[in-house]
Design a protein. Structure first.
Length: 106
């Protein structure tokens, strides 16, 4: 899990950092800095509980999948033995997303 999250963090972080350092000017540069530093102001525990609510069986993401009428796709993904689970909050995918969010700015 650590290696996968590290690789994903590199893939996500380097283009954002490159854009912020090379091309962003004025308000956009401030927006990049704020977007990176704002998550660092809250504790890990608060972030994990927030993601737990987002990824729960009755959470926001499941509701969004239902509104977009793609709930069967989510159920099919969660039915995969290795990465699936009862809900996104208890699956490999959910754990990956939470770790990526928590470790990305650091």
């Amino acid at each position: 899990m650590a290696a996968v999250v590290t690789l994903a963090s590199v893939i996500v972080a380097f283009p954002i950092g490159y854009m912020a350092a090379r091309y962003a000017k004025g308000v956009w540069k401030a927006a990049f800095y704020l977007g990176v530093t704002l998550p660092l102001w809250s504790s890990y525990l608060v972030k994990v509980y927030a993601w737990k609510l987002i990824l729960a069986k009755e959470g926001i993401l499941t509701w969004l999948f239902g509104v977009l009428h793609i709930s069967p796709a989510l159920d099919a993904i969660l039915a995969i033995p290795v990465i699936g689970g009862n809900s996104l909050s208890f699956s490999f995918i959910g754990t990956f997303l939470v770790f990526l969010y928590i470790w990305l700015p650091t």
